[in-house]
Structures are given as structure tokens and as C-alpha cells.
Design a protein around this ligand. Structure first.
Ligand code: AOF
Ligand code: ZN
Length: 391
């Protein structure tokens, strides 16, 4: 096995924590001696061992002089909220000979200092192995740790003529079971799922993970006047305590009291000039509650708001082979008058999912991943990707 293969194994291990590590990243580590893996570990959830320490603790053999592969730079800080001791110190104590990391950790408390500490202690560090894969794996972490705002992913299910529902708001089902199962997988990976009041009214969704096993996300509703029907699924069942309704100061306090008495939280934020819930305020509030990733499931008004205000990071569209005709357009007016003003996605990927095509792309890779650390291989890789997808 060469170094790419060992790093690929670290990435595979990292993914075992998918859906559970937030707001921490997914991290995997392997320890190698004489070309043979002698220890493996991954970060399972916040508060538990970091990947490097898990790998060390899973090894019976001595590790002094061995190599380690880890997809993220080892942490080096002990701030008041830090749950575990710094991994860099542990690697130095264990006397490993060389460390391969895929990317730096853009956490402002780390940001190169873990690598610097190891090098000062005489440990060789090589940065950049499989860095692109490591970036995609932790895209939500990279956004959140540098901005305090959740990574926002818009998910749409469309007819070929670009509708998300009929003129009577019927949308069940545009896409088939496999596409919907993928969406449940996405819900498991995201901290929260968001919809607008219109979607609650017309679909009465549960927004839970049912078509696959996994973690239940927070369920967020935008409802400027608190008109959500009291019998809505989101306000019932044991998940109602994991529902959060955003409203504006124009809401009716009696309705708020009723919702809260039922066990669901309400958060008041500013209204935007149209009287709708101010989206930047929603994102700031979610970020301060530790929600690092948000899957937006509609409807049209919500999609339009996130796109118009350039508040999304990623978009996934499932296009199904049906024609609805007059109906509800996925996205309304964005103020675009010339094609040159249109939102052009970067790094688009197309995949056939049964009868559907899934189109995925990013709004702006550099906004999502930032450039805190400047001249590091993972960011050079990013500039290459975004240059290739710009026209
Ligand atoms: C690593 N390996 O497996 C992870 C890292 O509160 P703590 O102690 O869990 O620390 C969280 C921070 O540690 C997180 O923000 C990120 O900078 C880093 N995560 N680092 O070396 C790991 N999960
Ligand atoms: Zn650590």
C-alpha cells in the first residue's frame, strides 16, 4: 500500500462517524509500521476520543517510530470549551516518526499550530495527501468553524419543467423511492432540516429519517406569524422537542404560548423588509446553537430567499421525468435580467438515480471553504477546482 491508500483508509474510517460528530469534523487515523497497518481509529462523537487517540488506543504494538495518516491536522489547543486534550502533544509523547495529514484544521485555535508543534518536536509532517477528498468529506465543518454559520444545502425535487408541485400544491411524489431514500440519508448527515410554513401546510411533513437508519435532525420552520396548524406532524410525536419555529416580532403571543406549552421551542428574530423571517438572523441563531449544517427542503419562497440572498453553499436537484405544466416554480424572481447575472453553480456533478438525474453544485467554493490559512495544498486544490468550473 502507498500513502494514498493509507490516507484513503483514514477517510473511510472517518466516515464511520457520519451524522454523529457535529459540530466536530469526521476524522480517521491509521498507524503504519513497515508498510502494515497496526492501529486504526475514528472520532465517533463530540466529547469522545479524537481519531489519533482512538487509533493509538486500539493498537497493541509499540508505536514509537511508526507513521500516522490522519485526514485532519491534529489539534493543539486547550481552550475552555475543549472537550479532550490536544492530540499533537500525545503524538509527540508517543514519539511517532512521521505524520501525513490531508488538510490543515481551519479551526482558528489550530490553523497550522498542530503541524508546527510536531515539526518543532522533530516529527516529519507531510500535508496534502488526498486533500480534495478530505475537503468534500468535511465541507460542513470547514464552513462552520470559520464563520460560525451553518453550511446550507438546498435540496429540490423537480419535474422536467422545473415545478416542485402542481397548482394545487400537490407534490407527492415527484421523485421515486430511491431519490427519497437518498434525501433521508442526507437528513441523517445534517444537523437540521428547514422548511417554510407553506410546505408544512401543504405536505404536513415529518422531516425525520425513516427510509434509512440514522440520527434525527432538528426540524426548523419559518413562520412569520406563527400560523402553523396545531395538529401539524412537526408539533406532535416525540420529535416535537426537536422542532424549532422561527417567527418575527409580528407573531401572536397566545399562539406562541400554545406552541411552547406543547413542547416545541419558538425563536423570535427580526423581520426582513417584506415582513418575512430574516434569513441571516436565522443562520446566526442556528450557528450559535451549535447547528453546523442545514438542509433546506422548501418550498419555493424559501428557496428563492436563500438563493436571492446568496445564503446557500450547495444545491442538490433531483429532476424526475414528469411534466406538470402550470404549477409551482422551484425558484421565483431573483432579480436576474441578463444571463450574465444568473447564479452559476461551481463544481457541478451529475448522477443518474433510477429515473431521475441528480444535479449537485456549489454556489461559491471559496466562500464555503474560506482561505484562513492561505498557502496550503488543500486551498491550492480548491482554487484549481473553482477556476476549472468558472467560465
Ligand atoms: C483532531 N482529531 O478526531 C478531531 C479534531 O472539543 P474537542 O476536544 O473534541 O475538540 C474539538 C476540535 O478539535 C474541533 O473543533 C477541531 O478543531 C478538532 N477536531 N481534531 O485532531 C479529531 N475531531
Ligand atoms: Zn485532536
Amino acid at each position: 500500500m502507498n500513502s494514498d491508500a493509507f490516507m484513503a483508509r483514514a477517510l473511510e474510517l472517518a466516515q464511520a462517524g457520519e451524522g454523529y460528530t457535529s459540530p466536530n469534523p469526521m476524522v480517521g487515523a491509521v498507524i503504519v509500521r513497515d508498510g502494515r497497518i497496526i492501529g486504526e481509529g475514528f472520532h465517533a462523537r463530540p466529547g469522545e476520543a479524537h481519531a489519533e487517540v482512538a487509533a493509538i488506543e486500539n493498537t497493541r504494538e509499540p508505536i514509537a517510530g511508526a507513521e500516522m495518516y490522519c485526514n485532519l491536522e491534529p489539534c493543539s489547543h486547550s481552550t475552555p470549551h475543549k472537550r479532550t486534550p490536544p492530540c499533537a502533544d500525545r503524538l509527540i509523547r508517543e514519539n511517532i516518526r512521521k505524520l501525513y495529514v490531508a488538510t490543515v484544521d481551519p479551526n482558528p485555535h489550530v490553523n497550522g499550530s498542530g503541524i508546527a508543534a510536531l515539526r518543532r518536536a522533530g516529527i516529519e509532517v507531510e500535508v496534502g495527501c488526498l486533500s480534495e477528498r478530505a475537503l468534500w468529506l468535511n465541507e460542513t465543518y470547514f464552513k462552520y468553524i470559520q464563520t460560525g454559520l451553518p453550511f446550507v444545502h438546498l435540496k429540490m425535487a423537480l419535474s422536467v419543467d422545473g415545478r416542485i408541485a402542481t397548482r394545487c400544491s400537490d407534490s407527492k411524489w415527484i421523485t421515486d423511492g430511491e431519490a427519497r431514500r437518498q434525501v433521508h440519508e442526507l437528513r441523517h448527515r445534517y444537523d437540521a432540516v428547514l422548511v417554510g410554513l407553506n410546505t408544512v401546510r401543504s405536505d404536513d411533513p415529518q422531516l425525520t429519517v425513516r427510509l434509512t437508519s440514522g440520527k434525527q435532525p432538528w426540524r426548523i420552520v419559518l413562520d412569520e406569524h406563527l400560523e402553523i396548524p396545531p395538529e401539524a406532524n412537526l408539533l406532535r410525536g416525540e420529535q416535537r422537542a426537536k422542532t424549532l419555529i422561527f417567527t418575527t416580532p409580528a407573531h401572536d403571543p397566545a399562539r406562541r404560548a400554545r406552541i411552547e406549552a406543547g413542547g416545541t421551542a419558538v425563536q423570535v428574530v427580526a423581520a426582513d423588509p417584506q415582513g418575512w423571517v430574516d434569513l441571516p438572523a436565522v443562520l446566526r441563531e442556528l450557528g450559535s446553537r451549535g447547528i453546523s449544517s442545514l438542509l433546506v427542503e422548501g418550498g419555493a419562497g424559501v428557496f428563492t430567499g436563500f438563493i436571492r440572498q446568496r445564503l446557500f453553499d450547495k444545491l442538490s436537484i433531483y429532476i424526475a421525468p414528469i411534466i406538470i405544466g402550470a404549477g409551482i416554480e422551484a425558484v421565483g424572481d431573483l432579480g436576474v435580467r441578463k444571463i450574465s447575472q444568473a447564479v452559476r453553480l461551481q463544481h457541478t456533478v451529475y448522477q443518474v438515480v433510477n429515473q431521475q438525474i441528480r444535479v449537485q453544485g456549489y454556489r461559491n467554493l471559496e466562500d464555503t471553504f474560506r482561505t484562513l490559512t492561505g498557502n496550503v495544498p488543500c486551498l491550492q486544490e480548491l482554487s484549481r477546482i473553482s477556476a476549472a468550473s468558472a467560465r
